[in-house]
Design a protein. Sequence first.
Lengths: 103, 219
Amino acid sequence: MVNGEVKQLPKVFNSEEELVEFLKEVVNKALKDPDYASKFNGNDKVILTVDLKKLGIRKDGIDVVEFVFLKEKGGNSYYLKTAYPKAGSAVAKYVSTIGRWVS
Amino acid sequence: MPVERIVIKGEHIYFEVGLGWFEGAEVYWPFPVILLFDNHVLVGECWTPAGGKLQGTYTDPLIVLDGLIFGLEEIITPGVSEHCCSRSRELAKDMGFNVAENSPISYASLAIQSEVFFERIGDSVKIHYYNGLLEGTDCPEYKGKHKGTVEVPLIEFGEDVLRVFGEYLERHYKRVEEVRQEAYGYNRMDEYKLYLKQYLEDLEDWKTLKEKLKVSENK
């Protein structure tokens, strides 16, 4: 589900597998929530902004994950195009030019 | 890989994207972006060891574009897109912004630590922003400038967002995706048609809104 090569992982995850498992968990839970499931209303593109607290998922430092789904051509199912953390204290940034973390 | 820059300017908006492969970037935040509204830095940062000039924050230009579009749509047709959360108002209040009780309000996170609320108040749009990366700046001219509210006339806001949207699609979308493919091994070309469709719809809705505003002005 992760596009291309993950060059740098957020420090919350220890491996790409862990990241993928996490994303899967979030998506599956989100789809069970009517607020999120209802966003799949037939539009060709669906952007799901998922509040982890709302789903009862605890992941230190990440509060919101955004998923971009596109509809399969000629079908009714969607595939995940891209996903990214949107907010949270661990969504920090290592500013390499000054050599320290900023959160 | 040579670095290119894309710049789109409106009356209030300044939108700049750096294209290339960058050491500090992530696959989902590939390019440095600067987004200004009347010199308020919604997306961007400044560090003296890096030269002391305003520089882009790594994000996806499409995330920024989405944020602007959702903001515009919420303002044109409140409640229809309701991007992110029904808790936008609550969120804005929690962050210390002075927002009204029933105004159309949309929330978007445009980049790491960049939170923006677009609120329609009558014929104006209030842009409440918090730029967490600018909060930690060591550039003296940007200290204290990381949070605020900018108010712009509704008409100008709409024209600006549609201008950025349209120009990005027409002149830059494909090029950005070419560079993304080269640098990161994937691209978002399959969303181009969807953005185009959205743009044309938003243009129509905007025209309708402008007509309505003219009519109510003439009453």
